[in-house]
Design a protein around this ligand. Sequence first.
Ligand code: ARG
Length: 461
Amino acid sequence: KSTALWGGRFSGGPAQALAALSKSTHFDWRLAQLDIAGSKAHAGVLRRAGLLSSDEHAGMVEALDSLAADVESGAFVAAESDEDVHTALERGLIERAGAELGGKLRAGRSRNDQIATLIRSYLREQAKEIGHLTLNVVDALLDQAEAAGDAIMPGRTHLQHAQPVLVAHHLQAHVWPLLRDVDRLLDWDARAARSPYGSGALAGSSLGLDPAQVAAELGFDGPVENSIDGTAARDVVAEFSFVAAMLAIDLSRFAEEVILWNTKEFDFIKLDDAYSTGSSIMPQKKNPDIAELTRGKAGRIIGDLTGLLATLKALPLAYNRDLQEDKEPVFDQIDSLTVLLPAIAGMIATATLNLPRMAELAPQGFSLATDIAEWLVRRGVPFRDAHEISGACVRECESRGIELWDLTDDDLAAISPSLNSEVREVLSVEGSVASRDAVGGTAPVRVAEQRADARDKVIEY
Ligand code: ARG
């Protein structure tokens, strides 16, 4: 026999095919404890409205507590015949409190306001956890940055050597997007912290129940302003999903660099054995699987967001069953990030950067050409001309297979009367990075300040 919550007007149970399609307990069971917490809060407002006596309320709370314990221990699980987590838990309540009392809890609420509340509560909990795990990645990056000291590497644009930068500056460039993702989660919470409980099916409750009471008890800032919106809106879920996708993308961009840096050609990073995998056929292989899975899962996490947005795009108000499809995408994002983030943090923390190799490559590819141009500008040469002159230096060096600092005084004079031997002062990667000392620049003093700011931010959270 079906335990459906809507049997009254139906002549029989649902067809097996419908039941199989409709069922959600295999994914919404993770909301069970939150559902019970909501039920306890709801029981409280029923009592205050005079719809439950004190004795009945006490009996209800006792039954709900026993149900919560059995869910926790695994003694109570969803049955084959339960449509969703709400259905299963009502069955569990009635088994404990009897049909007379257990049957009173549903007054004044609907699964529509229940599920809209539960998904918010769940995402708010998970957002905190994901934020915390993200900060562990940030810590690992900041520790590596600090350990790199004033070491210099080739900074790239278009994946070509551009200008030398501090290794720490580059690593810290991955820190800020992650901190913004944590900010986004916190900021999102302000919008998520409205409870739909009390919206009922869509129109609100007629039983004198106080939504503000339930909201406060469940840790929300207050109830939703509009019961239709409360049951129909999923923008809060979609926004969470966007932040999850952005976080995955930020991790994936870092992962892509780890994969490149880990090649023989770059040779910038060595991953710890515990955070690398081997090949079943090639004994010599050590693969950056964590980074590759990060890149791969980022695609899937973006897909979760895309699917959710597509589900929402044409839904009329208020609740439609399509909305049941809001959960699996965000659950998948959460599950993916929850396994990814600790693996990434461990991979970073245990990796060894090949600083001598990075230093060796830093001045190559004429990465100091901009420094020549800026040296000329400081001597009054218009940048347009300085750019030309510096470009002529590069052309000369390229044709002779030499580096910029190999140009003799005669070479320099032949290229431009504005050049002389003093330009060599800026033709070192150390001089180049030290000169970029405005806020946000790669000068060692700024990079250290920047790191201190980032560490402060981590502590603030
Ligand atoms: N399981 C549904 C969901 O996840 C909630 C149930 C609402 N069902 C209904 N027929 N109104 O959205």
